[in-house]
Design a binder for this molecule. Structure first.
Ligand code: GLV
Length: 331
């Protein structure tokens, strides 16, 4: 029906997710999965009431002013640093993200990346694939232990807590964390988690896990000064967002032996990766896939659709970031 609201699916997703939208809306979907510039996105959003996005599309005042019909912006990511939420709120545009459904999957990945980094999994695999494995030797790819080592978590939200639980209960790790706010004692105690100042966290870490959401205040939260505080035997794993770590400073620290190794799923300016990181032997690199299990990616996509349907049909979006806009009468 032509009087259905129109929505844009800005990046390719599961077919049944798009089908669900088609039951409610006139849908245009980026089936070719092209990466559009903001101008191309603006062009495609003309006449649209809602948009399904990922962590890649930039939604700011410029776009909103050029797309005055837009009422809902629903991302299938949990992070929403690509969306100017106050600018959306000021124009009565509902914004939602996709929290909770990815917590355990992302924590699994963070832990796996940390383990791969500590135990030099990819470095040794590359050696084997290159045909260089001629004999066993006592220190071949000897790394650091995970069990019993100090797990230091920077950012203690849902994902940080899920990682702490794995470390404390499964691997007997002492857990320290730094976060703006401290956990309530009844939440911290079962995780064995102790709050410390950021510098102390860095000094005591055997394995540093970075899980803090990106915001301008978190920009280069771990840079040259912070890396210099860490033990030369320590590892750093970043599953948060590019920009929280200063990648150039990290590449220098890895080359200089300031820390032992890094596991990185996110990068400044991705999908570009700093040349110094690509060249480093002691770094495990993955292309921003921490939440990428099939069930979880499905759940994230469906949650974005739940939000889009509710927002444009007079319902209550389950994970709105600015639900107050729904109570406002249109200007
Ligand atoms: C992934 O990085 C997300 O924010 O969901």
């Amino acid at each position: 029906m032509t009087d259905k609201p129109k929505v844009l699916v800005a990046r390719k997703t599961f077919d049944d997710v798009v089908e669900r939208l088609r039951a409610h809306f006139e849908v245009e979907s980026n089936e070719a999965d092209e990466v559009w510039s903001q101008d191309q996105l603006i062009e495609r959003l003309q006449g649209m009431s809602g948009v399904y996005i990922t962590g890649s599309e930039k939604i700011d005042a410029r776009l909103l002013d050029a797309c005055p019909g837009l009422r809902a912006v629903c991302t299938m990511a949990v992070g929403y640093n690509n969306i100017d939420v106050p600018a959306c709120s000021a124009r009565g545009v509902l914004v939602s993200n996709a929290p909770d459904v990815l917590t355990e999957t992302t924590a699994d990945f963070g832990f796996a990346l940390m383990m791969a980094t500590a135990r030099r999994i990819t470095e040794s695999e590359h050696f084997l694939r290159r045909g260089e494995w001629r004999k066993w030797s006592y220190d071949m790819f000897a790394g650091s232990d995970v069990h019993g080592a100090t797990l230091a978590i920077l950012g203690m939200g849902r994902i940080g807590q899920a990682i702490a639980r794995r470390g404390h209960l499964g691997f007997g790790m002492p857990v320290i964390y730094h976060n703006r706010s401290q956990l309530a004692p009844e939440i911290a105690a079962p995780l064995g988690a102790q709050w410390v100042e950021k510098d102390e966290l860095l000094r005591r870490a055997d394995h540093l896990l970075i899980v803090v959401p990106y915001s301008p205040a978190a920009h280069h939260m771990v840079g040259e000064r912070e890396l210099a505080l860490m033990k030369p035997s320590a590892t750093l794993t970043n599953i948060a967002r590019g920009g929280v770590v200063d990648d150039a400073a990290l590449a220098r620290a890895l080359a200089a032996g300031t820390i032992a190794a890094a596991g990185l799923d996110v990068f400044e300016g991705e999908p570009q990766v700093h040349a110094g990181l690509l060249a480093a032997r002691n770094v495990v690199l993955t292309p921003h896939i921490a939440s990428a299990s099939i069930p979880t990616r499905r759940a994230m996509s469906h949650l974005a659709v739940d939000n889009l349907i509710a927002a444009l049909s007079g319902g209550t979006p389950p994970t709105a970031l600015n639900p107050e806009v729904l109570n406002r009468s249109p200007a």
